[in-house]
Design a protein. Structure first.
Length: 165
C-alpha cells in the first residue's frame, strides 16, 4: 500500500460542503462527487476560479513526522484520516431535527478542535514560539545535565522513532 503524500489542509468532505450541486447538475455531480468544484480566490493572479476539491488546500507530506533516522512517519496523517472519516459520516447523516449521540458529539468536537491546529499558520506560530522560547524552556525544564539524565531514565528509551501524540 502506498503512503499518501499529498495531505489536505482542509478535508475533501469538508470542501465538498461548499460545492454548489445545482451548478454541477449537468456534470453528473451526484453520481461522481469527485467532480465537485468550489470557487477559490487566487491571490497571485488576483482572480476567482473554480477548482476541483481534490486539488486544493494540499501540502506535500504536511502531516508526516520526521523520524530520528531521517525518514517520514505517516502515522499522523493516518490518524487524521480516521478522524475525518468518522466526522464525514456523522455530518453526512445530520439532519435539522435529528440529534447526535454522545459518542458522535465527542468525535465531531475532536474533529472541530483539530481543524484549528492542523494549519500552516498554527505550525508557523508554534515554530516561532519554540524558536523564541527554546533557551528559556530548556533552562526551566533541564537546568542541569543531571536533570536531562533523570528525564531520560524516567521515561526510558523505547524507540528511536519520533512519535507525535
Amino acid at each position: 500500500m502506498s503512503i499518501p503524500k499529498d495531505h489536505h489542509l482542509l478535508p475533501v468532505f469538508y470542501l465538498r460542503g461548499f460545492c454548489n450541486g445545482e451548478m454541477h447538475k449537468g456534470e453528473s455531480h451526484e453520481d461522481d462527487p469527485t467532480r465537485c468544484r468550489v470557487f477559490i480566490h487566487d491571490r497571485e493572479r488576483g482572480e476567482c476560479r473554480a477548482r476541483g476539491v481534490k486539488n486544493i488546500a494540499i501540502e506535500r507530506l504536511f502531516y508526516s513526522a520526521d523520524t530520528l533516522e531521517g525518514g517520514r512517519d505517516p502515522e499522523p496523517e493516518e490518524k487524521l484520516s480516521v478522524l475525518e472519516t468518522r466526522a464525514a459520516r456523522i455530518t453526512r447523516n445530520l439532519s435539522y431535527r435529528g440529534g447526535l449521540t454522545n459518542v458522535q458529539r465527542a468525535w465531531l468536537a475532536r474533529f472541530v478542535a483539530y481543524m484549528k491546529f492542523r494549519t500552516p499558520a498554527f505550525r508557523n506560530w508554534t515554530e516561532l514560539f519554540a524558536e523564541k522560547n527554546a533557551k528559556a524552556l530548556k533552562e526551566l525544564y533541564f537546568p542541569t545535565l543531571d536533570s536531562i539524565r533523570e528525564y531520560v531514565r524516567a521515561r526510558g528509551s523505547r524507540s528511536t522513532r519520533c512519535r507525535r501524540r
